[in-house]
Design a protein around this ligand. Structure first.
Ligand code: 5GP
Ligand code: MN
Length: 344
């Protein structure tokens, strides 16, 4: 048995809403990662097994290629490329379930449509500081993935037997990716009880690992080499590493969405590096990723300097100044940030 994490009254309210509706839209954050897709598609398969007539997953933009094998991924609606269809779903559905994000700004242009939609709203998430936009808010930041929360919600609704193999594969994918294949945020014993249950439902965890982590393009591997060989700057006195990539540098590698995934983690394998930052030039902004180890926070700097946030060990933000200015801003803040937050 696993302990009860989600509050009883939240389960009861979510359950009664889910029971009474027939059409449900599931939405998740921009640039969906393994947990965003895993929790959304996991819930989709469960709701279909429950007999719901209309269930759709709507995302702000498409998930990267390494997640397209996931059962149900082919039917996911992308707001970026299927705006009309997405808006139709959001304005007609009876319930919108928001997964793996804490504020509507995390779903971009879609946020306004969700806010305006007459549907009931349920939020299930593991990011700090959930915004108050839903009828039921289930926010558990100490749980390492939203996919785990989806499993817990289904079980607590009394529907473990409705978790089919497709649902289990999606939930496992999210649990695996949000913990770096169980290498961080993964010290809670019950994670493995849940994994064991999912395996009993027939998932092939080794195959899921290969599909997610061993399907990189040659270009992406070369980009990784370039980052480590040419672009990794170390600040040993602050146990910090920085990788920066401009659009011009990405061009020869035929950069695809998802290609940067995981690159920020690499410097953490260096002895004595506890904080790793990546800055990547996008169309209209610089996207920042922060990773840390142990108690050193990644999310405070992301929030204080770059309007972002996230978890203790994995956070992100954005910058609307030039790359040079962004680097300068970071380097100027680093010494005092390190002093304030270094482990005693
Ligand atoms: P990644 O570096 O993989 O893009 O993001 C890591 C984590 O940081 C995400 O799971 C999310 O919680 C958070 N995050 C990433 N980008 C942003 C952002 O722009 N704003 C906020 N608030 N959080 C972000
Ligand atoms: Mn997540």
């Amino acid at each position: 048995m696993i302990t009860e994490v989600i509050a009883k009254e939240e389960i009861a309210r979510a359950k009664s809403i889910i029971y009474e509706v027939n059409s449900i839209a599931i939405v998740t954050h921009m640039s969906p990662d393994g947990d965003a897709m895993g929790s959304s598609l996991g819930l989709l398969h469960f709701l279909k097994a429950l007999g719901k007539e209309t269930v759709a997953v709507v995302v702000p933009n498409k998930a990267p290629a390494f997640l397209q094998w996931m059962p149900g991924a082919e039917d996911v609606i992308s707001y970026e490329t299927q705006q009309e269809e997405a808006e139709l779903v959001l304005s007609n559905t009876e319930l919108i379930v928001c997964l793996d994000f804490n504020t509507l700004s995390r779903i971009g242009m879609m946020g306004e449509k969700v806010a305006m939609a007459p549907a009931k709203k349920i939020l299930l998430d593991h990011h700090l500081y959930p915004a108050d936009f839903a009828d039921v808010i289930m926010s558990y930041p100490y749980i390492s993935s939203t996919s785990e929360l989806v499993f817990r919600l289904i079980c607590r609704m009394g529907h473990f037997m409705d978790i089919n193999k497709a649902c289990a594969e999606c939930i496992y994918t999210g649990m695996m990716t949000d913990t770096g294949n169980f290498s961080y945020n993964s010290n809670q014993a019950e994670i493995y009880t849940i994994v064991s249950e999912l395996m009993k439902l027939g998932i092939d965890k080794d195959d899921i690992y290969r599909k997610v982590f061993n399907t990189y393009s040659a270009d992406r591997m070369r980009l990784m080499g370039y980052c480590l060989y040419k672009k990794m700057k170390l600040y040993p006195e602050y146990k910090t590493a920085l990788i920066t990539l401009t659009g011009k540098e990405l061009f020869p590698f035929h950069f695809q969405p998802g290609d940067a995934e995981g690159l920020v983690n690499l410097p953490l394998s260096i002895d004595g590096i506890n904080f790793s930052v990546m800055m990547r030039e996008d169309k209209d902004k610089i996207k920042l990723s922060f990773r840390s180890q142990g108690k050193f926070p990644a999310n405070i700097l992301a929030a204080e300097l770059f309007g972002g946030g996230g978890h203790l060990n994995a956070a992100g933000g954005e910058s609307y100044i030039t790359m040079e200015e962004t680097i300068k801003k970071f380097e100027e803040a680093l010494p005092s940030y390190y002093e304030t937050h270094k482990e005693q």
